[in-house]
Every structure is written in structure tokens, then in C-alpha cells.
Design a protein around this ligand. Structure first.
Ligand SMILES: [Zn+2]
Length: 313
């Protein structure tokens, strides 16, 4: 293409279009709000070209979400530095941003969807369109509300106060006893960065196998590694010295090779009791046009976005 030198009047006019369509979103875990702007045709190409590698796709999507998000702060609207964005925005908040980008770009989930009335004596099949606004309800988001006891002062003047703590500084200890062993997991809500780091440690072949065999990106041990900041193992009879690690490679390797099945099962139950309520619930309230029966239709926005990028919708 010819070098246009200074910005031409047309390019100047064209650049004014891109910031117009803004959608306001809430990030319940980072406890922030922001504006998300519409996808441009160049963004779509970047996503498509990264689809051969899931970690590449994830990285491309993070860059895209970063580029299209400005945060609403008291001092005005700002774009976070990339590193801060990855560390201080949770992987759950990513869904809010995807919702916003979807709404500003397409407004609907694309095409008519097929539904079947779940009522046994009806089972009527019908089609409907899902608008992004249909998916948000009063119970969709649960804002982050964890506190920790923080010490201040020294000696006799020391006081302990219950303080709100950002999600990326918080961990919840999950203790699981197994035979003579005691596992102590420091469980967390992962940030965008944590998710991408674990994704980057898994080969493309393994990721593809996971998607084909279990329909999700991570296996259970990989998922567990993502949700764990650190782990400590000790013996009740002190037959070995307690050992601990917060190294992601070590955590991933040990979870994949030597965590007993029942320990993992118990971990997910206890993790869920602490953190499951924060996972956003996107669903549309459907009404059967024949019998009037109402039911909820759940939507996984990340998978929707992935399928749309692949051109499957
Ligand atoms: Zn019905």
C-alpha cells in the first residue's frame, strides 16, 4: 500500500467511527466498571490467524480485550497498562468483557437457536434469538467480598483489623487429610495472567485432546493447578519433613502424576464452597410458545466467542 504520509481527511473521519459504540460493563471480581468498544474487522483477522494454537488464541483475545477496554476511575477513564490488566483482572471478569465486546459488536449471539420445551408432555421444538441483554439478571454477578485479618502496629500496640482484600492477594486454605498425609492447598481465583501461564505450559496436542475427549480446555489436574497458588504436603507421623511449593511447573507436574483421585474430588468440593458463587450466571429465561412453561437456558460466553471466531455460528 502507498505511504499516505500524514493522516488523510478520510482516515481521520474513519478513525472517529471506531470509538462510538461503547458498552458499559461491570467486573465483579476486580470490582471495577469499564467501557468496551466494538470489534473491528482487523481484530477478527488477528483472532482467526491465532486459532491454530489455543494459548496463542488466548493471548490474542487478552490483547483484544485489553485494547477495547477503558476503566472508569474517579480520575477519569483510563486504559490499564497491559501487565496490570493481566494481573489485576480475574479470569472470571474476562467473561464480562467478552459479554461487552459481544454486545457492542453483534448485539445477539448470532442466528436463531433451537430449543425444546423440557416439559415431558410437551417437548415442543421452537427457535428464538438470544440478545446479550437477555442474559443478565439480578443473580448473574456476585461481587467479590472477601476480607482478611490484617495486623498493624508492633508489640502491645498491635491490632488486627478485618480488611477487604483484592482477589489477587487472597487465598483460601483447603486442608485435606489422606491416610497418613495432609495436603494444604492455598486456593485462589485465577487472574487472566494465571490462566494464560497454565495454558502456555500445556502442549497444543494435549489441549486438542482435552477439547476432543472431555470438551474442556483443561483436565482435572490442570484445572486444579490453575486454582492453586501454593501447596504443602506433610505426614501426620512426621516420617518426612513438610514440603511445599508455589512453582507452577512443580504444581502442574505433581498434580498430574501423584495426587490421589479422592483428594482431587474433595479439593473441588471445598473450592466450590468458597468460590463457586462468583462464577457469573448467564442465562435466558425462555417461555414455551405452546404450553407457556418457563425454563432457563444457560450460555457459556467463552465457548460462544470461540465458536464465533472459528466461524461455526
Ligand atoms: Zn411446552
Amino acid at each position: 500500500m502507498a505511504d499516505l504520509g500524514n493522516i488523510t481527511p478520510f482516515m481521520d473521519a474513519a478513525s472517529k467511527v471506531k470509538g462510538i459504540k461503547k458498552v458499559q460493563v461491570v467486573l465483579p471480581i476486580a470490582r471495577k466498571s469499564g467501557n468496551v468498544t466494538t470489534l473491528l474487522v482487523g481484530d477478527d483477522l488477528a483472532l482467526r490467524s491465532s486459532l491454530t494454537s489455543p494459548v496463542g488464541y488466548d493471548r490474542e483475545m487478552i490483547q483484544l480485550l485489553h485494547k477495547h477496554t477503558e476503566f472508569i476511575e474517579d480520575s477519569g477513564n483510563i486504559q490499564f497498562p497491559y501487565a496490570k490488566f493481566c494481573q489485576e483482572i480475574s479470569n472470571i471478569d474476562k467473561l464480562s468483557l467478552i459479554w461487552g465486546i459481544y454486545k457492542s459488536t453483534y448485539d445477539t449471539l448470532g442466528g436463531e437457536r433451537s430449543f425444546t420445551c423440557p416439559k415431558e408432555e410437551c417437548k415442543h421444538e421452537f427457535k428464538d434469538i438470544i440478545h446479550l441483554d437477555d442474559l443478565i439478571h439480578e443473580d448473574t454477578y456476585v461481587p467479590w467480598d472477601k476480607t482478611m485479618m490484617i495486623k498493624s502496629g508492633e508489640g502491645e500496640d498491635a491490632t488486627e483489623q478485618e480488611c477487604e482484600v483484592p482477589f489477587h492477594q487472597y487465598s483460601h486454605t483447603v486442608v485435606i487429610e489422606y491416610d497418613n498425609f495432609v495436603y494444604e492447598f492455598a486456593a485462589r481465583l485465577p487472574s487472566i495472567q494465571n490462566n494464560n501461564i497454565v495454558l502456555g505450559r500445556i502442549s497444543i496436542d494435549v489441549l486438542q485432546q482435552n477439547l476432543e475427549k472431555i470438551g474442556s480446555i483443561f483436565t482435572r489436574p490442570q484445572q486444579m493447578a490453575l486454582l492453586t497458588k501454593a501447596v504443602r504436603l506433610s505426614a501426620k507421623d512426621n516420617s518426612f519433613a513438610p514440603a511445599e511449593t508455589s512453582n507452577v511447573d512443580e504444581i502442574l507436574a505433581s498434580f498430574q502424576t501423584s495426587i490421589p483421585f479422592v483428594v482431587a474430588e474433595e479439593f473441588f468440593v471445598k473450592y466450590g464452597e468458597e468460590f463457586d458463587k462468583y462464577v457469573p450466571k448467564y442465562y435466558k429465561k425462555m417461555a414455551c410458545p405452546i404450553c407457556g412453561n418457563t425454563f432457563d437456558h444457560n450460555v457459556d460466553l467463552e465457548i460462544e466467542f470461540f465458536r464465533r471466531s472459528l466461524g461455526l455460528i
